[in-house]
Design a protein around this ligand. Structure first.
Ligand code: AMP
Ligand code: ZN
Length: 471
């Protein structure tokens, strides 16, 4: 197990991460609100959480991750009513769609995906406890959290309560609040809305309450890490802390990690701007899921990620370069008497591991992969591969891929096209030869032709460009 540093939004600083239980990490992730398909911004955050999970495991920790599914809130209720469907019937296809998207991007499954509608009793119990302790009050069938009772409120987000005038009333449907700053725990049902029986009459949980109740149900009153996108910091996570700590009198999550947003062509993604993408739309346009995973991983999670189609093309090209190295490695002879990549593999693993432990610096990890790949290519071209080098490199790539999940082309091919990973690498070599010819580097072009011929691949130059076939 390796020491790791994280940036904790709580306290706003980088520091050592120490789980409650040695070597074991319990973390909670705000999941999707299933009123629509996830967009690629949501998926960037879910992929960050996948990298966090894999990164911790890479460093030797045992991980338990819980991600909720918000299947009841204002949006799901509104859209289900508009569609004339029950809440369950309306959300079911979006829940399926969410899991499909996870699979498409090779995002590992969390240990639990609790649904809000399956945990209403726990939520009611929490509200009862808050009312009993004086942290909450009932007003006209709804229950509100009394912020004035919570001295710590605002410590996650830096939100200054004093700036909101006490007692001010706002024009909203929460007009029964004692204080404008209070937030709703339980919403009394309006006519026709889905509802559950409670001590305060029929109603439904507020969104913040859902996450508090489900995280504590599966991870305990105090757990290690809570994650989400930066938009969750306020009010969602601030309110989760207020409710949870007021209920238990104990610290809630100890580390809060937040992923910055994905933007598109430098702008906020929005339906009205026409730059709003779902993964499924991009796949229909022929986008490679593997390039998508690579692109979404390649910017540090605390930086905004600017999604562009050129960025995706660059991601594909970067992966091709790595595939080409793998392909060459598989077919190169180990001619040298001594291995030549022992030191390089050791150093690369060390550097990669340091980057993982440094606040999950996946961009740094990728930099190490490319530096290492260059060294392998140089060794192959110089005829310096020696005993065990091929296996040594493969083992290291497999170890890197425990975190990255993009390096093995075969893992991204449908089962029936076993040779497709090789095909992509051959395409890349043929393209490289063509480039060499165009820049009149005939020596290099012939080298590649010979290299391919040795593998039983023949190139034919046609007026439409080069073609290749297996002989
Ligand atoms: P939602 O389905 O709206 O509850 O959001 C699911 C997750 O996606 C939350 O953790 C949000 O913080 C995150 N999220 C929403 N918009 C973006 C975005 N543009 N970029 C990255 N993450 C986002
Ligand atoms: Zn949440």
């Amino acid at each position: 197990m390796r020491a790791v540093t994280f940036y904790n939004t709580l306290g706003r600083r980088l520091g050592p991460f120490e789980p409650l239980e040695l070597g074991k990490v319990r973390f909670y992730t705000c999941g999707p609100t299933v009123y629509n398909h996830a967009h690629i911004g949501n998926l960037r955050t879910f992929l960050f959480e996948d990298l966090l999970r894999r990164g911790l495991r890479f460093l030797g920790y045992e991980v338990t991750q819980v991600m909720n599914v918000t299947d009841v809130d204002d949006k799901t209720i509104r859209e289900a009513a508009a569609a004339g469907l029950s809440l369950d019937d309306y959300t079911a296809p979006y829940i399926d769609s969410f899991f499909e998207d996870l699979d498409t991007l090779h995002i590992e499954r969390a240990e639990e995906y609790p649904r809000a509608t399956h945990h209403i009793p726990e939520m009611i119990a929490m509200v009862e406890s808050l009312v009993a302790k004086g942290y909450a009050y009932v007003a006209d069938g709804s229950v509100f959290f009394r912020i004035a009772e919570d001295d710590d409120y605002g410590r996650l987000s830096g939100f200054d309560l004093a700036e909101v005038r006490q007692g001010e009333r706002v024009a909203s449907d929460e007009y029964d609040k004692e204080d404008v700053r209070d937030f709703v725990l339980w919403k009394g049902a309006k006519p026709e809305e889905p509802s559950w029986d409670s001590p305060w009459g029929p109603g439904r949980p507020g969104w913040h309450l859902e996450c508090s109740a489900m995280s504590m149900r599966y991870l305990g009153e105090t757990f290690d890490i809570h994650t989400g996108g930066v938009d969750n910091i306020f009010p969602h996570h601030e309110n989760e802390i207020a409710q949870s700590e007021s209920t238990t009198g104990k610290p809630f999550a100890r580390y809060w990690l937040h992923a910055e947003h994905l933007i598109v062509d430098g702008e906020k993604m929005s339906k009205s701007a026409g730059n709003f993408y779902t993964l499924k739309e991009l796949l229909a346009q022929g986008v490679e899921p593997r390039a998508m995973r690579y692109l979404l991983s390649s910017t540090h999670y605390r930086k905004k990620l600017n999604f562009t189609l050129e960025g995706l093309a660059d991601a594909s090209a970067a992966l091709r370069r790595l595939d080409e190295m793998r392909f060459r490695l598989d077919h190169a002879r180990e001619e040298a008497a001594e291995p030549s990549l022992v030191a390089a593999t050791g150093e690369a693993l060390e550097r990669f591991t340091e980057a993982v432990a440094d606040d999950l610096n996946v961009a740094g990890c990728l930099g190490t992969v490319f530096g290492f790949s260059k060294k392998v290519n140089v060794a192959i071209e110089a005829g310096e591969l020696g005993p065990g080098d091929r296996e040594r490199v493969h083992r290291l790539l497999a170890r890197f891929d425990e975190l990255l999940g993009v390096l093995d082309p075969a893992a991204w091919q449908p089962a029936e096209t076993g040779e497709a990973g090789d095909d992509a690498a051959i395409d890349a070599l043929v393209a490289e030869r063509q480039q060499a010819r165009e820049s009149r580097d005939f020596v290099r072009a012939d080298e590649i032709r010979d290299e391919l011929a040795a593998l039983g691949i023949a190139i034919e130059d046609t007026p439409q460009g080069p073609r290749w076939k297996r002989q």
